[in-house]
Design a binder for this molecule. Structure first.
Ligand code: KIV
Length: 273
């Protein structure tokens, strides 16, 4: 008799947390990109990306804020539910927005629990390592897989006075190790010297995903809008532009404007008899 698969259970072919972790042991580099809406999440998934992050970068990329601080848990859940419905294969991870993991274990489990219950996503990411060990352990024992985000923590922008490369070698090593010991299944390393990131990667048994952390990590993540050339203004140095979609869109819209204004569009093919 066929087993009924509940809506949220991973389908065959779906990248699960254990399969994701096994990629490190198999020596397979992991790709991760951000998505915030249905068409982009579907495109990334169809293009074979391993993991999709509904990042709190949404605050800057989608909502136009100057930092990641303003986005709320409800807003993240709204977008994660959309992304979760679009993705068939990739592992989907959702950021815990500030301060949803800073109000004690009970609140953190309640907030991360909402993310898993109300979206089809499979894991959460939170900024922190050693200081969040208690929270990571509580979430993990509640069955909520956690990615720890160490190095540059954009939610600490005011404490740090800006987005800077993090160079405190011993603290970074401790952060990553305590996150793994607490149960994190992956450690994201942001803006740290490539040499430190390689050392951390070699010393952990869970995968590391780097952003501005060099080629020695087990995988890489970028903000999709940055790598596709959709971001206006400042783009960090560690981003490689794989496309220039702002130019393509501007060119297409300029042509449309021109054709409507000169009566060239709609043509015979775009009209009904
Ligand atoms: O919110 C985000 O997009 C991130 C990046 C590190 C990818 O956390």
């Amino acid at each position: 008799m066929p087993l009924n698969r509940p809506m949220n259970a991973p389908a065959e072919g779906r990248l699960t947390v254990p399969k994701f972790v096994a990629m490190k042991k198999a020596g397979r580099k992991i790709t991760m990109l951000t998505a915030y809406d249905f068409p982009m999440a579907q495109l990334l998934d169809e293009s074979g990306v391993d993991a999709i992050l509904v990042g709190d970068s949404m605050s800057m990329v989608v909502q136009g804020h100057a930092t990641t601080l303003p986005v709320t848990l409800d807003e993240i859940i709204y977008h994660a539910e959309i992304v979760g419905r679009a993705v068939q294969r990739a592992l989907t991870i959702v950021d815990m927005p500030f301060p949803s993991n800073h109000l004690g274990r009970y609140k953190a489990v309640e907030n991360a629990g909402r993310i898993l219950k109300e979206t089809r996503c499979q894991a959460v990411k939170l900024e922190g390592g050693a200081d969040q060990a208690e929270i990571i352990a509580a979430l993990t024992s509640a069955g909520i897989p956690v990615v720890a985000h160490c190095g540059l923590r954009p939610q600490n922008v005011h404490l740090l006075g800006g987005y800077k490369v993090q160079r405190d070698h011993d603290r970074l090593l401790k952060e990553a190790h305590e996150a793994e010991a607490a149960g994190a299944f992956c450690v994201l390393l942001e803006c740290i010297p490539a040499e430190f990131a390689s050392e951390i990667t070699r010393s952990l048994s869970v995968p590391t995903i780097g952003i501005g952390a060099g080629a020695g990590c087990d995988g890489q993540v970028l903000v999709t809008n940055d790598m596709l050339g959709l971001t206006s203004g400042y783009v960090p140095r560690f981003v490689k532009p794989y496309a220039d979609l702002r130019s393509s869109i501007k060119q297409a819209v300029a042509q449309y404007n021109d054709e409507v204004r000169t009566g060239k569009f709609p043509g015979p093919d775009q009209q009904f008899k």
